[in-house]
Design a binder for this molecule. Structure first.
Ligand code: TRP
Ligand code: SF4
Length: 322
């Protein structure tokens, strides 16, 4: 039997090429062999309250990108976390079998607490319990995530084991499927590509904007003058070429080392490669209406809700709540 995949992502609005190379691409591929459930986790997003007013816009933009990138609502379930409220009930029930010590040890909790010392809220502590509820509500056995989520998945398995020990075998232990991808750095050439650092290229950007942003990117600082030889291996433009111009990669490296190509031309070439690769995506995206997005999300919530109700009934039965 093919496994059931679940993954979630916070609604960050328009997705960038780092999101695509790191996660979305993999989500699309997993649909070929698995039953996949992909969730926009709006409740999780509330741990830091800055941008609640953008919530609905961010959800729709993200869903649009997912659809245009190839997530297929016929084969997979795409939905918004809060549209299946059973997850909050399960979160509460799971919280009863989760020792506080486990949660306080989670590295992401400690980091968040350091980052927002004035808002170390209860939800922040319970974040991985809610994440566990996401996964096990659908009895998913496979969870594709990046390395930063390993500790959450470890905790999810511990919660599952404890629940199953106490109340009987209900949940499969969710396995991490590490998405192996080279870290995609942003236009600053230093930090991971991210919207909050504004070092990203949106999938939905226009070709002009894509080129403009690439032209502003950092390159090998050794190339102060056009005649200075460069080191492609320390330049993120070169790394991006390996995704978007793989055939010309070796040539570019050689021309950079011998100063046969300047950074301006090298970047123009990259912009062309990215724009060529994203053209079909951008066309599909432009053709998707917001009404359609809403329809997909409503249908997804309906299908997810059927599974959720069944699981919750089973859980409540085991916990003598029925
Ligand atoms: N915590 C994940 C992140 O920050 C998002 C998430 C929420 C998730 N629920 C999930 C990921 C369930 C995988 C499975 O990226
Ligand atoms: Fe980077 Fe290209 Fe400039 Fe070399 S030529 S430093 S690879 S942008």
């Amino acid at each position: 039997m093919k496994g059931r995949v679940f993954s979630g992502a916070r609604p960050t609005g328009r997705q960038h090429i780092g999101n695509y190379l790191g996660a979305i691409q993999n989500y699309v591929k997993l649909q070929e062999e698995h039953e996949c459930i992909y969730c926009i986790v709006d409740i999780h997003a509330l741990i830091s309250m800055e941008d609640v007013t953008q919530m609905q816009g961010n959800i729709r933009e993200m869903a649009l990108d997912w659809l245009a990138a190839g997530l297929d609502p016929q084969r997979s379930i795409l939905f918004v976390q809060s549209h299946v409220p059973q997850v909050m009930e399960l979160h509460t029930l799971l919280s009863m079998v989760t020792p506080l010590g486990w949660l306080l040890r989670v590295p992401t909790f400690k980091e968040k607490a350091r980052m927002q010392p004035d808002n170390v809220n209860y939800g922040l502590v319970g974040y991985p319990v809610l994440q566990t509820a996401d996964i096990v509500l659908y009895k998913a056995d496979t969870v594709p995530v990046g390395e930063d989520q390993l500790s959450h998945l470890e905790l999810a398995r511990e919660i599952v084991r404890r629940f199953n020990n106490l109340f009987g075998p209900v949940f499969p232990e969710p396995q991490t499927k590490l998405t192996t991808y080279p870290l995609v750095l942003g236009l600053d050439g230093m930090s991971k590509m991210s919207k909050s650092l504004n070092n990203h290229i949106e999938l939905a950007a226009t070709p002009e904007e894509t080129e403009r942003r690439i032209m502003s990117a950092f390159t090998d600082p050794a190339r102060r003058y056009r005649s200075d030889p460069g080191h492609p291996d320390v330049c993120n433009i070169y790394t991006l070429h390996s995704f978007y111009n793989p055939d010309q990669r070796d040539l570019i490296a050689e021309q950079c080392r011998s100063a046969a190509i300047g950074c301006v031309d090298c970047k123009k070439l990259l912009a062309k490669g990215i724009n060529r690769a994203l053209e079909p995506f951008r066309e599909r995206r432009a053709a998707i209406t917001i009404d359609y997005v809403e329809e997909v999300l409503a249908d997804g919530a309906g299908r997810a809700g059927v599974i959720a109700k069944e699981t919750l009934r089973e859980v409540k039965g085991k916990m003598c709540l029925l």
